[in-house]
Design a protein around this ligand. Structure first.
Ligand code: E4P
Length: 217
């Protein structure tokens, strides 16, 4: 089945979503972390203590050496840490070294199938195409997700999984499952929207009203 990650760093919302029994992991980025106004390491430790699954945390160096150093430090925080690395030349070098060391990587800011192929070749554990950000510049985000999903499936030796990222529409979860994505990462607000449907609410209200008319005895 499609795996669902929580896209964000708010621990109360993570706890709430995790209690629904549908969350398999967490993705963060510097923007999401900055919104929490909390010491970075303490925050990441708490997220890892809530969710039993991969937790992506981004390296912010732009040179391979710096990324590798950061990744080694980040991976010491918890066994479930996955290090996010941007898809740039230095990033590829870092991913190669880290994959040989057994440190998991999530290659981020992917906007083309070619970038995804290079990331997979370098040994990325995950590639994250940013769907909504592509839509914002007039492209069809799910065309990219579909291409990457097909490419990754075409090669039996490929262990890289695709995370559909940058999600601002509740319909994306079905689209992701239809193209055969491994994972989708959803902000809390979108996750809530996925659960809800006005017809479900109307149905519940009607059933409860009718239940009051049922003869008991
Ligand atoms: C997750 O890995 C990404 O960092 C996140 O989905 C980006 O989302 P945004 O485009 O809404 O910032």
């Amino acid at each position: 089945m499609l795996k669902i990650y929580f896209d964000g760093a708010n621990t109360e919302k993570i706890k709430e979503a995790y209690s629904w029994g549908v969350i398999d992991g967490v993705t963060t980025n510097p923007t999401l972390i900055s919104k929490e106004n909390r010491p970075f390491r303490e925050l990441v430790e708490e997220i890892c203590s809530i969710v039993d699954g991969p937790v992506s945390v981004e390296a912010v160096s732009l040179d391979a050496e710096g990324m590798i150093k950061e990744a080694r430090e980040l991976s010491k925080i918890h066994k479930n840490i996955v290090v996010k690395i941007p898809i740039i030349k230095e990033g590829l070098k870092a991913v190669k070294v880290l994959s040989e060391e057994g440190i998991k990587t999530n290659v981020t800011l992917v906007f083309s199938a070619g970038q995804a192929i290079l990331a997979a070749k370098a040994g990325a554990s995950y590639v994250s195409p940013f769907i909504w950000r592509l839509e914002r510049v007039g492209q069809v985000g799910f065309k990219l997700a579909e291409e990457i999903a097909r490419i990754l499936r075409n090669y039996n030796d490929c262990k890289t999984e695709m995370i559909v990222a940058s999600v601002l529409d509740p319909r994306y979860i079905a689209e992701a499952a239809l193209v055969g994505a491994d994972i989708i990462t959803l902000p809390f607000e979108i996750l809530e929207e996925v659960v809800k449907h006005p017809m479900t609410d109307i149905g519940i209200k009607q059933f409860l009203a009718d239940w009051k008319k049922v003869l008991r005895g």
